[in-house]
Design a binder for this molecule. Structure first.
Ligand SMILES: Cc1cc2nc3c(=O)[nH]c(=O)nc-3n(C[C@H](O)[C@H](O)[C@H](O)COP(=O)(O)O)c2cc1C
Length: 193
């Protein structure tokens, strides 16, 4: 069974991202074409990148890097739940992405953005980053507005139409994850690990 990690990309106290990521996770539970897990960056408590060698060399020395690498390697695809900070994604998510390399390769990804303008600029930046990591990012994306999907910019009340968008995005993430798994696998051995 394909495994999809839903990555909660904000870490600040009282973050709106927690409600959004939990909502995505709850919706994903109605599906039987993949297993889903919620990955909260806060639980990993990653410092600013502190490895000596570039991540593409895979010479991880710190226990927090190894734990993060093991988690990310165990998934076939990802949903990045991202806020928009100054027209980009959060520093915390960018830093967490930068820690690793091969664990991301030949996987698929979709996006759920939230912000004043649906975090579309943050998602566009993430799409550029995906190319360098050899992640196939899908077209369908979910854009949630602080104005119309939150009460008082904080209480999450998503418009019902977003449910369909979530499933469209997950359909694409899972379809590509299945195909890319074949690319990574030779006689049952996952070459990305
Ligand atoms: C540092 C910072 C920068 C922000 N910049 C933008 C922005 O450029 N565009 C936007 O639409 N919203 C912006 N916002 C609003 C956030 O998208 C909104 O507060 C969102 O809820 C943040 O996610 P979080 O609560 O999960 O941290 C910014 C918020 C913060 C904290």
């Amino acid at each position: 069974m394909i495994k999809v990690g839903i990555i909660l990309g904000s870490t600040r106290p009282n973050r709106n991202g927690e409600g959004v990521a939990k909502w995505v996770y709850e919706l994903s539970k109605s599906r039987d074409d993949a297993d889903f897990e919620l990955i909260d960056l806060k639980d990993f408590d990653l410092p600013l990148l502190d490895e000596t060698a570039p991540p593409s060399m895979g010479q991880y020395t710190k226990s927090h890097t190894k734990k993060w690498a093991e988690t990310i390697a165990s998934f076939d695809g990802y949903v990045f739940v991202t806020p928009e900070y100054n027209h980009s994604t959060s520093g915390a998510l960018k830093n967490a992405i930068d820690f690793l390399y091969k664990e991301w390769n030949n996987k698929s990804a979709g996006f759920v953005g939230y912000g004043g303008s649906g975090a579309v600029r943050a998602v566009e930046h993430l799409r550029l980053i995906m190319a360098e990591l050899q992640i196939a990012d899908v077209r369908a994306q979910v854009s949630l507005s602080l104005v119309t999907d939150f009460e008082n910019y904080h209480v999450f009340k998503p418009a019902p139409s977003h449910r369909k968008n979530i499933h469209q995005m997950l359909d694409q993430v899972i379809a590509w994850a299945n195909v890319l798994k074949l690319l990574r696998t030779e006689e049952g051995i996952d070459r990305s690990l």
